[in-house]
Design a protein around this ligand. Structure first.
Ligand SMILES: Cc1ncc(COP(=O)(O)O)c(C=O)c1O
Length: 290
């Protein structure tokens, strides 16, 4: 994976080889921080304001006081792209932690938040977008504050690895029989022309793409029902798809080895893919076969 050389460190720009992180840093010892992954198409951020707003919400939820205003952060992120001469498809990873301090569970009194961001080249996976992916189901063993985009990703990592071990793309998570989301994406079921997905409660991450998809459904007059579906409903689904900044709107064609409907991306999913491409101003439209 190609990482662009200029990194944002606090409010300065440094070469990636000169970024030294202290060993007593709260993200490494406690996962005490929050992050964002923002998609870039042709060197332009997609849903930048939405991601920055969520970063501040996540930071506030874990009582990290970000002493940097949103406009300044947005300007720094644009500067990061310019300094890297980034004009391709990619993503930015942005992390904010409670800071560096001698290891102690309680908040350090005199530590200031640490922030860094870097840009990675990520081409669109047009083959998966056209053909869909296979998934597994997995118990959701995460904590109760999944709306916070926290650095504590161990349950997500374990679930995604389990999917990989089964040659699958994602793990669909369920709690008490109800589907919450996936390890790194939101998930939706289509039945009789309506879309069902878990409501945006504390139990899921409120995806920026999810928010946009809801808007697309309003324009397309497709009912968007925020009601969790059950794990048994999956076998009877007309369509299933997931969304995230890196996966976009991605059809799911198989779950736990069972084909969904005819095993091909469904029409509503394809309409949402087309709406996404239009909204993100993606020039290469070859991935969606309308
Ligand atoms: C657990 C989880 N849910 C949902 C999403 C989708 O969020 P977004 O659409 O903002 O990328 C992500 C993205 O990383 C995620 O990690």
């Amino acid at each position: 994976m190609f990482v662009y050389p200029v990194i944002l460190s606090q409010d300065k720009f440094v070469h990636r080889d000169s970024l030294n992180y202290p060993f007593e840093e709260r993200s490494m010892q406690f996962g005490d921080g929050v992050y964002e992954v923002i998609r870039i198409y042709n060197g332009t951020y997609y849903l930048l304001d939405e991601h920055v707003d969520r970063l501040y919400r996540s930071a506030e939820a874990i009582k990290i006081n970000l002493d940097l205003d949103k406009d300044k952060l947005i300007a720094l992120l644009h500067d990061l792209m310019e300094r890297n001469n980034m004009t391709e498809d990619g993503k930015v990873y942005l992390q904010v932690t409670r800071g560096s301090a001698p290891r102690d569970h309680v908040f350090p009194l005199d530590a200031a938040p640490n922030m860094y961001a870097y840009v990675v080249k990520v081409p669109r996976n047009t083959e998966l977008l056209s053909n869909g992916v296979a998934t597994i189901t997995h118990r959701d063993i995460r904590w109760e504050y999944c709306f916070i985009k926290s650095l504590n990703l161990l349950p997500n990592v374990l679930a995604k690895q389990e999917a990989k071990d089964h040659h699958c793309y994602e793990a669909i998570l369920h709690k008490d029989g109800l589907v919450t989301e996936c390890s790194a994406s939101n998930v939706y079921l289509v039945k009789n022309g309506s879309i069902y997905t878990h409501p945006a409660t504390e139990n899921i991450l409120h995806g920026c793409v999810r928010m946009r998809v809801e808007q697309f459904t309003n324009d397309l007059q497709i009912p968007f029902i925020e009601e969790a579906f059950r794990i048994e409903d999956i076998g009877k689904a007309d369509e299933l798809f997931l969304t995230s900044s890196t996966s976009e709107v991605l059809p799911i064609i198989e779950v736990d080895g069972q084909q969904i409907a005819d095993g091909k991306p469904g029409n509503i999913t394809k309409k949402l893919q087309a709406a996404y491409e239009k909204d993100a101003n993606i020039l290469n439209k070859s991935t969606v076969n309308q």
